[in-house]
Design a protein around this ligand. Structure first.
Ligand SMILES: NC(=O)c1ccc[n+]([C@@H]2O[C@H](COP(=O)([O-])OP(=O)(O)OC[C@H]3O[C@@H](n4cnc5c(N)ncnc54)[C@H](OP(=O)(O)O)[C@@H]3O)[C@@H](O)[C@H]2O)c1
Length: 274
């Protein structure tokens, strides 16, 4: 029913390349937003313990009547639960809150380099992966040097690294590092929280295709190989963001949008955030 291609993760698990993100959707609004997204056709939901809306994501999933296997669910370990036992208990709580027996993808949300215990945290994720309660495990906001430590000190290579990426922060070196190590790149805040949508270059490319700026930016991500999950509480925008599989940007247009890079973050710097 959907044109959304899958990306095969490094352990063979398939993840839809386009999903729906629920950061900053209030718990009271989340079930309705996820229900609307599932209605549009999204089959991949990105949540986190930190977002405080896992229960409502689970509720929407159950009420949708869709088979569990039809929807890919990601959640993330909250900061403050990095110690091995804490990470295991927090993971258990995510399953309870989501109402799931297993999760498709579970991530360490932030490396917290000054706390300095993400290797121990990763060992906890390896445990829930080994016992089959997470089909895949990965990290978020990891820089190359954090990934190098995991590589040197642990056994399982993260399936994904979820990082901030958009036309103002194209992250070419880190994406190249991910790719070289068979780690899929997930692009968070793919629209730079909306701030790229009135950029003159984006608007120009959108006009050339008779598309919206959001559709063009999401298409740029897809053609670069990123996995994306734009957030919207507006059903018309959810539908607009989903309709990106029937046109293509030229290499020159991809280059024009990539050239907008100015290494500008909308969120924290992972090396400074603790
Ligand atoms: N791992 C991490 O540390 C991390 C950090 C941040 C985000 N994320 C993930 O990434 C997801 C997306 O990031 P995000 O929510 O920060 O930002 P985003 O998806 O880049 O942008 C969302 C903003 O753009 C607006 N918008 C969406 N579609 C639009 C359209 N077609 N036209 C105009 N405006 C549109 C939304 O408005 P309305 O909602 O009002 O429609 C909202 O204000 C999150 O939900 C979360 O799952 C992860």
């Amino acid at each position: 029913m959907s044109d959304v291609p899958d990306v095969l993760l490094n352990n063979g698990v398939a993840i839809p390349q386009l999903g729906f993100g629920v950061f900053q959707i209030k718990p009271a609004d989340t079930a309705a937003a996820v229900a609307a997204a599932l209605q549009v056709g999204y089959r991949h939901i990105d949540t986190a313990q930190m977002y405080g809306n896992e229960k409502e994501v689970g509720q929407a999933l159950r009420e949708s009547g869709l088979a569990r296997s039809e929807v890919f669910i990601t959640s993330k370990l909250n900061n403050g639960f990095h110690a091995y036992d804490d990470a295991l208990s927090a993971f258990d709580q995510s399953l309870i809150d989501l109402g799931l027996e297993r999760i498709d993808l579970f991530l360490i949300h932030w490396p917290l380099p000054k706390v300095g215990d993400f290797v121990e945290t990763w060992r906890a994720l390896q445990t829930v992966y080994a016992d089959g309660r997470a089909r895949a495990i990965g990290v978020s906001n990891f820089q190359a040097h954090h990934l190098r430590r995991l590589h040197a000190e642990t056994e399982v290579v993260p399936a994904v690294n979820q990082i901030e990426v958009h036309p103002y922060l194209t992250q070419e070196p880190l994406i190249a590092f991910n790719t070289e190590h068979q780690i899929a790149t997930e692009a968070w805040s793919p629209l730079a929280k909306g701030s790229v949508l009135d950029d003159p270059t984006v608007v120009q490319v959108a006009k050339a295709h008779d598309r919206s700026p959001a559709q063009v930016v999401l298409r740029w991500h897809l053609q670069r190989g990123n996995i994306v999950f734009p957030k919207s509480v507006t059903p018309a925008r959810m539908a607009e963001n989903f309709k990106i599989f029937d046109f293509e940007l030229s290499p020159a247009e991809i280059g024009m949008i990539s050239a907008l890079n100015r290494d500008e973050r909308t969120g924290p710097d992972p090396d400074a955030f603790n």
